[in-house]
Design a protein around this ligand. Structure first.
Ligand SMILES: Cc1cc2nc3c(=O)[nH]c(=O)nc-3n(C[C@H](O)[C@H](O)[C@H](O)COP(=O)(O)OP(=O)(O)OC[C@H]3O[C@@H](n4cnc5c(N)ncnc54)[C@H](O)[C@@H]3O)c2cc1C
Length: 396
């Protein structure tokens, strides 16, 4: 099943397209060089309701569901934006859903059923969710540690209870928006390190003992800042715990699914955009006296790339539609991510090749997509970890 293009979704596409054209494209190269997007961009996106898509109005969002979030993601890349821009501007898509669910509200992008009994759930909504969706705060999600990211249960950052506080010690790495974030939704171990007893704490950037390390330099996603974080005896109020103690692993897994579908969307949308760029290039570029697009070899290559991108889009739409309908399709989400990433990897490489030398230059949009695409099979669970989930789903 494909995502139905309702009149509202067509409006959403139009809104997204005009936002990218007016507010992003004139500046994207500068942000890529600066290594981050400006805070004002969050406020601008919030003002037109784009930042809050997929979050309920009751927590300051704009409403809409997972499918609407996918429409926005698709349209950003289709309009010439990038997955790096999405990572930077929409980090709240991974930093906030656990708080919203714990407070008893559904997020369109989150798959978790709301859990009651959260300590001061609305306090977290008022303090972090609303200002972030209004564009005045930036949040990040910190799960990965220097010792490893795939094995989430092995997290070693500890949060030991001391009265009405937790004392947090440990470190995180590769954290998207970690340089700019005002708060970090942090996975901690509330028992012995590596015990698998995970909880989520929201930690304010200015808490004593919390330091943001160096800005990590990367192959792609240049406009998205990435940081190492360190916690030394950081005192975090118990009221900043999301949900009950030991519910962190489940909450992380439930929200991973929405993140994986977003990354899958970024992958097929990047592939589609690269097919479009390569097609335009092959029409305009002549070699040996004829446009490239007039040669059967080139036309068939473009046809094959288009087919791969479209097949990935159709499958991701199908899985996303089932998720939005509440079906438990964990295996299919993993397959959707791998299908879309494989299509994307293949297409960005071929599209760059069709551009010849120009494809290798920073001036070429396809060059940015080629670099940005590489993370999609790593972030949110690697291709190998997705295969592990798929194998388990097959009963292996
Ligand atoms: C640009 C960027 C942004 C990121 N943003 C965030 C963020 O915002 N928040 C956050 O928490 N993390 C973030 N990450 C981290 C990302 O989620 C991890 O890098 C990813 O989960 C893999 O973990 P790892 O790097 O520790 O690799 P490892 O877990 O060390 O794995 C190394 C390799 O071994 C493979 N492997 C691991 N276990 C198995 C197995 N059982 N069987 C077969 N193969 C296996 C992996 O697939 C991989 O190829 C980001 C990473 C990058 C690069």
């Amino acid at each position: 099943m494909t995502i139905v293009d309702t009149p509202e979704r067509r409006q959403l596409r139009e809104l997204t397209r005009s936002f990218v054209t007016r507010e992003v494209l004139p500046h994207l190269d500068d942000w890529e060089r600066a290594g981050e997007v400006p805070r004002e961009l969050h406020a601008t996106a919030a003002k037109i309701g784009l930042l809050g898509i997929g979050f309920p109005e009751s927590v300051g969002g704009s409403g809409g569901d997972l499918l609407d979030s996918i429409v926005v993601t698709e349209e950003i890349i289709r309009s010439g934006g990038s997955s790096g821009l999405i990572a930077a501007l929409f980090t709240h898509g991974i930093a906030l859903p656990h708080m919203v669910a714990a407070a008893g509200a559904h997020t369109g992008g989150s798959l978790g059923a709301p859990r009651g009994g959260a300590p001061a759930g609305n306090h977290l909504v008022d303090r972090y969710v609303r200002p972030t969706l209004a564009g005045s705060m930036i949040g990040a999600l910190a799960i990965t540690e220097p010792d490893g990211g795939s094995d989430v249960a092995a997290i070693r950052t500890t949060a030991l209870r001391d009265g009405d506080h937790y004392v947090v010690n440990g470190s995180k790495t590769y954290i998207t928006s970690g340089i700019r974030a005002d708060f970090v939704t942090t996975a901690v171990c509330t028992d012995l390190p590596g015990s698998g007893s995970l909880s989520l704490l929201v930690i304010d950037k200015d808490t004593p003992g919390f330091t943001v390390g160096r800005r990590l330099e990367k192959l792609g996603w240049h406009c998205s800042d990435t940081a190492e974080l360190s916690f030394v005896d950081v005192r975090v109020p118990v009221a900043n715990r999301i949900g009950e103690e030991d519910t962190g692993f489940l909450a992380i897994m439930q929200n991973f699914a929405a993140e994986r579908l977003s990354l899958a969307t970024q992958a097929y949308a990047t592939a589609q955009r690269c097919v479009e760029l390569a097609t335009r290039w092959c029409r305009d570029r002549s070699t040996f006296g004829r446009p490239l697009a007039s040669r059967q070899l080139v036309r068939h290559r473009l046809a094959e790339l288009h087919t791969r991108a479209e097949a990935a889009r159709a499958y991701v739409h199908d899985v996303a539609t089932r998720v939005a309908a509440g079906e438990p399709v964990v295996t299919e989400v993993a397959m959707a991510k791998n299908v879309a990433v494989a299509a994307c990897d293949h297409v960005v490489d071929a599209a760059l090749q069709l551009h010849g030398g120009f494809g290798y230059l920073r001036d070429a949009e396809v060059e940015r997509h080629y670099r940005d695409a590489r993370i999609l099979g790593i972030g949110g669970g690697t291709t190998e970890i997705m295969n592990e989930i798929i194998a388990k789903g097959m009963g292996l």
